[in-house]
Write a protein that binds this ligand. Structure first.
Ligand code: AMP
Length: 228
């Protein structure tokens, strides 16, 4: 039997964990791993918005213009969407939140909703990766426009540069993954993210993880802190 770890919920309470990190930090990957390991749903705000857009709901239509410009969707709709997800039976044992809260205002609103239910965030896990490494990771992504196979210039290159291994199609890069655009996205995203980090540091639930390591090493470090 192991004792209680960081982010453990009190008996009968939900276990609510946050993953915080910039684009390319690997928080989506780690959220998936944690979700499987802990048996908790992975609630990614970006995925929820994309699903709403595909479904053509009013929420999706409202989010579309902001997302297409790479801007944040306003706090009001974002908070309402996540509050609704957290009230669903799927999240009755807890959840792993990925991409939310993204602003100090969202963090405060989430705290208020949870406090109203006698709940709080168990741990806010900040996956910290240096900016140059984030640019290298994101701008190295290439994809086959034909079959969708993803590649990475450094970590997962195709046998022949720029050509899909599976069907020989020339690989393409997403417009917003070009190095200059990645830097611009980071310039916009990082300041509000650091406010969220500071919010949870003050609340005493922040756990910083060195994200400049392999996926497995980062995953192990997160599980280790949750066991602590
Ligand atoms: P992501 O998949 O996390 O990169 O999110 C894609 C887009 O969805 C972002 O660029 C924002 O436009 C929007 N989005 C996702 N999460 C949030 C959030 N917590 N607050 C505001 N906008 C968000």
């Amino acid at each position: 039997m192991t004792g209680p770890g960081a982010g453990d919920a009190a008996p009968g309470a939900r276990r609510l964990l946050l993953l915080i990190g910039a684009v390319g930090a690997g928080k989506g990957t780690q959220a998936e791993l944690l979700s499987r390991e802990l048996g908790l749903p992975h609630l990614a705000s970006g995925n929820l918005f994309r699903q709403a857009m595909r479904d053509g709901t009013p929420l999706g239509e409202e989010a579309r213009a902001y997302m297409e410009r790479g801007d944040l969707v306003p706090d009001g709709v974002t908070i309402a969407m996540l509050t609704e997800e957290l009230a669903k039976p799927d999240a009755s044992r807890g959840a792993i939140l990925d991409g939310f809260p993204r602003t100090a205002g969202q963090a405060e609103a989430l705290d208020a909703v949870l406090a109203g239910q006698g709940e709080r965030i168990g741990a806010a896990i900040y996956i910290d990766v240096p900016t140059d490494e984030l640019v290298e990771r994101v701008s190295g992504r290439w994809v086959c426009p034909e079959c969708g196979t993803p590649y990475h210039r450094r970590s997962d290159p195709p046998a022949e540069t720029g050509i899909c291994d599976k069907d020989g199609t020339p690989l393409t890069q997403r417009g917003d993954d070009r190095p200059d655009v990645v830097r611009a996205r980071l310039d916009k995203q990082v300041p509000p993210m650091l406010e969220v980090v500071e919010h949870y540091r003050r609340a005493g639930v922040l756990e910083r993880i060195d994200g400049d390591r392999s996926i497995d090493e980062v995953g192990e470090a997160i599980l280790e802190l949750l066991r602590r």
